[in-house]
Write a protein of this length. Structure first.
Length: 146
């Protein structure tokens, strides 16, 4: 699953109209601290997901618990920034994919999970960084653009 998937998602989502793979850093993109590792495996841009039309960025992200304590992850802890520092929250979607939509869950020490996240924005290619912030001072930032 990991790596540069040309012009799409793998496995494919059957109800998303993908435009292209947006200009981003070479995949895999990784950020980590002593507690958590985030890895962006795939990025795709869509014009339509189900009956929703607009500009959507779809990310496939792997989360790994690196320490000896369980970690509870929530979609509200993830956001995407634009070059003008606007912060976009992930949105629920009805995308049909074999990869599960990222949802609140607790991962065990030394284990991980994979999730699909969808962000909507007004202008294509206007994304900059993916941010994880647990609200307890443990945040991670990863630059997605080259």
């Amino acid at each position: 699953m990991s790596g540069n998937v040309q012009s799409g998602l793998f496995p494919p989502a059957d109800n998303a109209m993908l435009i292209h793979t947006p200009l981003a850093r070479d995949l895999l993109i990784v950020a980590q601290n002593a507690m958590l590792r985030l890895q962006v495996d795939q990025i795709a841009e869509a014009r339509k997901i189900g009956t929703s039309k607009g500009a959507f960025l779809i990310l496939i992200i792997k989360f790994s618990d690196l320490d000896d304590q369980p970690i509870t992850l929530r979609p509200a802890q993830m956001s995407l920034t634009t070059p003008s520092d606007e912060r976009l929250e992930s949105r629920s979607s009805n995308i049909h994919s074999a990869i599960e939509n990222f949802h609140e869950q607790t991962i065990k020490p030394q284990h991980g999970t994979v999730g699909l996240m969808v962000f909507a924005w007004t202008a294509p290619d206007q994304f900059d960084q993916l941010i994880y912030d647990d609200g307890a001072g443990k945040s991670l930032r990863m630059t997605l653009r080259p």
